[in-house]
Write a protein that binds this ligand. Structure first.
Ligand SMILES: CC(C)(COP(=O)(O)OP(=O)(O)OC[C@H]1O[C@@H](n2cnc3c(N)ncnc32)[C@H](O)[C@@H]1OP(=O)(O)O)[C@@H](O)C(=O)NCCC(=O)NCCS
Length: 153
């Protein structure tokens, strides 16, 4: 629940883990890009909804680079957290790692930024709960997100 001024990162941080199964892969046994985009959208929406305490819609996703393949039988770990809020919008970062549970290797795959808009039950945008960055790292993330927004609009 938001206090009088807003909410912190920890209140909506979300971690999602998925096993890569045959239906998720291409002919080389690598996780399909489209399947990963789906997971990114879902985990990002969970964080935005937890933060906004309302329905949200995805309005923007930045360029997604796939630095490494994630193989069949590996675990995809997605961590999402709020980095910035505007009037109706919430920017969320999603960090993706691939883990081989047998060899215990863990690799960075990508980091994605997404923007969601808070909506009411009729689909109208409305003011969202402000995000309160606390740590030095969170303040830096916040300033970088504010710069991204200035460049977008
Ligand atoms: C979300 C939606 C209701 C917003 O309505 P809108 O009239 O376009 O709203 P605005 O242009 O005022 O933008 C709303 C907020 O989003 C931000 N925004 C809009 N486009 C953006 C973009 N490309 N990048 C970053 N932020 C963006 C605006 O800056 C604004 O932020 P603020 O209120 O915090 O200042 C409307 O765009 C919509 O219904 N989109 C479809 C959503 C959807 O179905 N998504 C699923 C994938 S298809």
């Amino acid at each position: 629940m938001a206090n009088e001024t807003g909410k912190t990162r920890g209140e909506s941080l979300t971690v999602m883990t998925e096993l890569v199964i045959p239906n998720d892969t291409n002919m080389l046994g690598n996780l399909l890009g489209g399947r990963l985009l789906y997971l990114i959208d879902i985990v990002g929406a969970m964080t935005a909804t937890r933060h906004a305490e309302s329905i949200v819609a995805t309005v923007q996703m930045n360029t997604v680079e796939f630095k490494r393949p994630i193989k069949l039988g590996c675990i995809v770990e997605l961590t999402s957290y709020v980095v910035w809020t505007g009037n109706t919008s919430i920017e969320v970062a999603v960090e993706i790692y691939g883990e081989d549970p047998i060899t215990k290797t863990r690799e960075f795959i990508s980091k994605v930024f997404m923007v969601f808009v808070a909506l009411d039950a009729e689909g109208r945008k409305h003011k969202t709960i402000p995000y309160l960055p606390e740590t030095e790292r969170e303040i830096q993330d916040y300033e970088e997100a504010a710069n991204r927004r200035r460049q977008t609009i």
